[in-house]
Design a binder for this molecule. Structure first.
Ligand SMILES: [Ca+2]
Ligand SMILES: [Ca+2]
Ligand SMILES: [Ca+2]
Ligand SMILES: [Ca+2]
Length: 360
């Protein structure tokens, strides 16, 4: 029997059994803040990518909330504020960011260098089709050096990081409020302006969006602490025994950006709608729930979706409707499907891929 048939059988069996179990929130579990959503209004005019955020289009969009610690707002507040905003047009996505920073620094000059290893950076993670596979990552430093890569899957699923992936037509510019690579003074901030053409996102399932479309996205900032004595001597030396800080837009609840089921989302809206409230994303929590279940299943294949206790509150309209797991040829397989009362479904398989559908 092929692996596929094994899974289909088990899914069918679960269906026949009418396995629908109401989910309960574990006692005392904290209600985590859901992933954030941000509107990207359609730009009246394309921004000039020069690092200055004075283009008319940037006034159409709201700034995000300030970034929080990657593990969540319960952790110490980031030392310096970071905010992003986004606009779009028929050519591409435009991202602006402002990062408060007392020591503007950058050393890496070559494209596809591992930016965060050496320098403070700004990072974009984007998964247009929201399946948690084949997503893009962009890192850049205050010199405007970029590293773009495609992740075939999250690392937890054995994904590969392909540095050879290029965001064709990517443009990046940096503005500095202070002095770059002069450690003896105190700076204010750096600003980032990015243009990502839609045509460059085909390999990660992107294309020209329509108003109302929602893509999964998150932003991060890696911040190193510098040794004070070295700064006075004109050098940037990382503080001993001090790991980098990770500040993010939408909390990941652990130190790992490669959990795409936890990212926030951007909603592409019409030019005049940048300030309007967005529709609720009622798939955000079920996606996170599925990701949590999947992570637990990777650790323990006996994890049962019907009894799984997650800190994520699964909204009452969503229930576990199908579960299936199998072992074949030394490989483990699993599919868990959640079903909304209106018939929509969300599922996650053993590779961590999330699929959306509609029950017949
Ligand atoms: Ca500009
Ligand atoms: Ca994808
Ligand atoms: Ca690359
Ligand atoms: Ca400086």
């Amino acid at each position: 029997m092929s692996r596929f048939i094994v899974i289909v059988c088990l899914v069918s069996c679960a269906c026949v059994a009418g396995l629908v179990v109401a989910m309960r929130v574990p006692e005392g579990a904290p209600a985590l803040k859901g992933p954030f959503s941000q509107a990207a209004p359609k730009a009246i005019t394309m921004p000039m990518i020069d690092g200055k955020l004075d283009d008319p289009c940037w006034a159409q969009a709201v700034w995000s909330d300030p970034f929080v610690d990657i593990e969540g707002a319960e952790k110490p507040k980031p030392l310096y504020a970071t905010r992003v905003k986004m606009v779009w047009d028929d050519q591409g996505l435009y991202i602006a960011a402002r990062l408060e920073e007392p020591h503007l620094q950058g050393t890496l000059k070559y494209h596809d260098s591992y930016i965060f290893h050496a320098d403070n950076d700004f990072e974009v993670f984007i998964d247009p089709d929201g399946d948690c596979h084949d997503y893009g990552e962009l890192e850049l430093n205050a010199l405007g050096t970029t590293w773009d890569l495609l992740l075939t899957k999250p690392y937890r699923n054995g994904g590969r990081a392909l540095d050879s992936w290029e965001i064709k037509g990517l443009r990046v510019a940096i503005g500095v409020e202070g002095t770059l690579n002069n450690p003896t003074d105190t700076d204010t901030a750096w600003t980032v302006e990015i243009a990502i053409p839609w045509r460059s996102l085909g390999e990660i399932g992107g294309g020209v969006p329509r108003p109302g479309d929602r893509w999964r996205i998150n932003f991060s900032r890696v911040e190193w602490q510098w040794d004070e004595a070295a700064l006075k001597q004109g050098k940037y030396v990382k503080k001993a025994n001090q790991p980098e800080a990770n500040w993010v837009w939408s909390s990941q609840a652990e130190i790992n950006m490669h959990l795409p089921d936890r990212w926030g989302s951007v909603v592409f809206v019409n030019a005049g709608d940048g300030m309007k409230p967005l529709p609720t994303d009622d798939t955000a929590m079920p996606r996170m729930w599925l990701g949590r279940f999947h992570q637990a299943w990777l650790t323990n294949p006996q994890t049962d979706a019907n009894r799984f206790k997650s800190p994520i509150v699964l909204p009452g309209e969503w229930q576990v409707s199908q579960t299936a797991s199998a072992t074949s040829g030394g490989h483990r397989y699993s599919v868990v499907t959640l079903r909304h009362t209106d018939g929509r479904t969300l599922s996650i398989d053993h590779t961590g891929r999330i699929g959306a559908g509609k029950a017949p």
